[in-house]
Write a protein that binds this ligand. Structure first.
Ligand code: ARG
Length: 461
């Protein structure tokens, strides 16, 4: 059952076995372990290190193991140290002598490096797919809300009017960068470590480039010590996942605020809300809160692996087995959060009137009033001071800038004329902002057109 009993005179202490074993979690990549082994023996046969018959028997045995795990007739159990031991022991039990040749020219060190890479490579693509789906929903919402006016905030204080399309567009850009990071990681990690042996390669005439091509890698890794000691790609992936979560968490924070009684900008769908056991009136944004909360555990996985790796001498050390559980948890967490978040924003209702009213109140057009004076020849610093006086006057009277009479305007500055009302209307404030990336409808339409092309140009991983 053990792969290494020969030089030992005693049985392993049971606690040691349990402490050392990884099978409870590395069973997750049994498919990748089998896929990697099939590629390895195919190469061994091509190099005439194994005979075609031995290779055929091993592949048949491995495929049988995969099939039986999938149909539930073969259970992965805890008496094995890890998935590698489980597969090899089962193979030998099934096919006898040729099974003992599976491990020729490899070590568990390069084997686990390969398995984890194959598994992670698929998960990078799966996360990319989910981010893309969220972006498609945002793309639709942006088209729908080109003239849904709302206040834009700085310091969580109303600043200038924008549109909901523009607000969603900010997240679209963040997610675009997230996908860019995933694509970079995919390319950088896509080199095959198998054939590096324990650390120093092997004396068998392996064709590593061939194994790499069988497994769809761009090529073999180029230093056998680095191959078994590298976990950079996990650190990069967890960093990218942390950034995705940071973006979702910021978005959730806004959803929670917007969904509150005080804002009422949006209402979450009943299917994406929860109730209170004591307060019958409550409809809580638990999903958004949980996504925000789960961000912490994904950051935790990143910090954990960075810390695990920081003092390790070359090449393989058992510490590296700790790369798995938290990475798996982070991947599951991010995938779950992305799917739920997408459903939540896809189904929420937008209260356009509330958003518009909020944009109209709170002096979001004060900058435009100052710009109006600049247009009439007043230096900006003076204009800023004049509008400050207007705002103070309005606050005292409990009115908006739009509600002041022309006489009131002119009492503060004679430069004001009748065209001030048009200059500071909500429509003007938004629609005159037409620089690239600004919220004006015409500017946003160009961005939306570019985003449509983006979906064609940035293929899924
Ligand atoms: N379970 C081990 C891991 O995840 C597999 C590699 C074991 N290698 C060794 N030299 N003990 O890292």
């Amino acid at each position: 059952m053990k792969l290494w009993g020969g030089r030992f005179t005693k049985e392993t202490n049971e606690l040691v076995h349990n402490f050392n074993a990884s099978i409870s979690y590395d069973s997750r990549f049994y498919k990748q372990d089998i896929e990697g082994s099939i590629a390895h023996v195919t190469m061994l046969a091509k190099q005439e290190i194994l005979t075609a018959e031995e290779c055929g028997a091993i592949i048949e045995g491995l495929n049988g193991i995969a099939r039986d795990i999938e149909n539930g007739t073969l259970e992965i159990t805890g008496e094995y140290e890890d998935i590698h031991s489980f597969v090899e022991s089962n193979l030998i039990a099934r096919i006898g002598e040729p099974g003992k040749k599976l491990h020729t020219g490899r070590s568990r060190n390069d084997q686990v490096a390969l398995d984890m890479k194959l598994y992670t490579r698929d998960e990078v693509a799966a996360v990319d797919h989910l981010v893309r789906k969220l972006m498609l929903v945002l793309h639709r919402l942006m088209q729908e809300h080109l003239t849904t006016y709302m206040p834009g905030f700085t310091h969580l204080q109303k600043a200038q009017p924008i549109t909901l399309a523009h607000h969603f567009g900010a997240y679209f850009e963040m997610l675009k960068r997230d996908r860019g990071r995933l694509a970079d990681i995919y390319d950088r990690m896509n080199y095959c470590p198998i054939g590096s042996g324990a650390l120093a390669g092997t004396t068998y005439p392996l064709d590593r480039a061939y194994t790499a091509s069988l497994l769809n890698f761009a090529g073999p890794t180029l230093n056998s010590m680095d191959s078994v000691a590298d976990r950079d790609y996990l650190i990069e992936f967890l960093s990218a996942l942390s950034t995705v979560m940071m973006h979702l968490s910021r978005f959730c924070e806004e959803i929670i605020l917007w969904n509150s009684n005080e804002y009422r900008f949006i209402e979450l769908d009943d299917a994406y809300s929860t109730g209170s056991s004591i307060m019958p009136q409550k409809k809580n944004p638990d999903i958004a809160e949980l996504v925000r909360g789960k961000t912490g555990r994904v950051y935790g996985a990143l910090i954990s692996i960075l810390t695990t790796m920081k003092g390790l001498p070359l090449a393989y050390n058992k510490d590296m087995q700790e790369d798995k559980e938290l990475t798996f948890d982070a991947i599951d967490t991010v995938k779950g959060c992305l799917a739920l978040f997408t459903g939540m924003i896809d189904t929420m209702t937008v209260n356009k009137e509330r958003m518009r009213d909020s944009a109209k109140n709170g002096f979001t057009n004060a900058t435009d009033a100052a710009d109006y004076l600049v247009g009439k020849g007043v230096p900006f610093r003076d204009a800023h001071g004049i509008v400050g006086q207007l705002v103070l006057y309005c606050i005292e009277k409990g009115i908006a800038l739009d509600d002041m009479s022309l006489e009131e305007y002119q009492a503060i500055s004679p430069v004001f004329e009748d065209d001030i009302y048009d200059a500071i209307s909500l429509e003007t404030c938004v629609e005159k902002r037409l620089t690239i990336g600004a919220p004006g409808k015409a500017a946003m339409e160009q961005v939306i057109a570019a985003n449509s092309l983006y979906f064609e140009d940035a293929p899924e991983l």
